[in-house]
Write a protein that binds this ligand. Structure first.
Ligand SMILES: C[S@@+](CC[C@H](N)C(=O)[O-])C[C@H]1O[C@@H](n2cnc3c(N)ncnc32)[C@H](O)[C@@H]1O
Length: 290
């Protein structure tokens, strides 16, 4: 068997392992997308920098792509701790986002595009993905990586400000202290927003417990004017440029300190929610218990 044949088998085993690690029992489409997408095509030439959790980066022994098919984060700009995210975390979040064939997905924080490619596989040729990346160098790399993809458009800019068409899924891959107005406005009826909310204590934290009490991912589903919200994962993730500010940073840190984010059921575009029902009150929005 040639090397490409071997890597196909390795990718298929990886896809199974990642779904098992994410405890996903019934998503053959996601398994196929993980199995078909070549991680090495999005991470530049090896050797690569692998992040060993709560330790540091370790380089792979050589440029054999086999080292990329583990459940590890890989440094894209390791000097800034900007990484290609953990496969089982993304499998879980993408599974929760349920991107259907034909859907429009907006991916905020595309990086160099590995998870954008998985989303493009899931929406298929009748759907499309708009990837938005803030860092010019990474946006340029993503544009080059998707040159042959008719269903992917990469835009350089701030995902909170770049205009985009109504989306069935908005998949945010950077830590915010508040949702952008445009994400709530442009989410289609029935659409899902995957929103990582992080205080400034979690990113680079030295223990899992510390990170888990400083970062939470919410799944927000639009139902006409209502937004159902529930917690789907702890997270420690690179900060979202432009979607953080001191006031909401403080409010979020206080909300994490008091606990209860797992009980959130609604996002309201309103801050007049009584205290006993409110987990986090922002300027003109709240995360609350219904
Ligand atoms: C944790 S990295 C993930 C990259 C990519 N999703 C991956 O896993 O390979 C977060 C990415 O979000 C980008 N980012 C941060 N703020 C952003 C914003 N306001 N709009 C778009 N991208 C942003 C960063 O430049 C970075 O590439």
């Amino acid at each position: 068997m040639d090397r490409q044949g071997e890597l196909k088998i390795i990718r298929a085993a990886y896809a199974r392992q990642i779904l098992a690690a994410a405890r996903i029992m019934d998503n053959a489409r996601l398994e196929a997308a993980l199995s078909a997408t070549r991680r090495e095509d999005f991470l530049g030439a090896g050797p690569w920098w692998i992040l060993r959790w709560f330790r540091d980066y370790v380089t792979t022994p050589d440029a054999d792509p086999v080292y990329l098919y583990t459940d590890d984060l890989v440094g894209i700009l390791p000097e800034r701790r900007l990484n290609n995210g953990q496969p089982s975390l993304h499998a879980h979040l993408i599974h929760q986002a349920t991107p259907a064939a034909g859907a429009h997905v907006v991916h905020i924080g595309t990086g160099t595009g590995y998870y954008t490619a998985i989303l493009a596989h899931l929406v298929g040729p009748s759907g499309r993905v708009t990837g938005i990346e803030y860092e010019p160098e990474l946006a340029a790399r993503a544009k080059a990586n998707f040159a042959g993809y008719p269903n992917v458009e990469i835009i350089e800019g701030d995902g909170a400000l770049v205009p985009f068409d109504e989306a069935d899924v908005i998949y945010v891959n950077a830590g915010c202290t508040r949702p952008a107005e445009s994400w709530l406005d442009r989410l289609a009826d029935g659409g899902r927003l995957i929103l990582p909310m992080t205080s400034d204590q979690g990113f680079g934290a030295k223990s899992i417990e510390r990170a888990a009490s400083a970062g939470a991912v919410f799944r927000i589903e639009r139902r006409a004017k209502d937004y159902l919200a529930y917690w789907i994962s702890p997270v420690a993730i690179f900060p979202c440029a432009g979607s953080r500010d001191e006031v909401s940073e403080r409010a979020l840190a206080e909300a994490f300190a008091k606990g209860g984010w797992q009980k959130v059921t609604r996002l309201y575009r309103d801050q007049e929610i009584p205290d006993e029902r409110c987990w986090l009150r922002g300027a003109g929005w709240s995360l609350a218990y219904s």
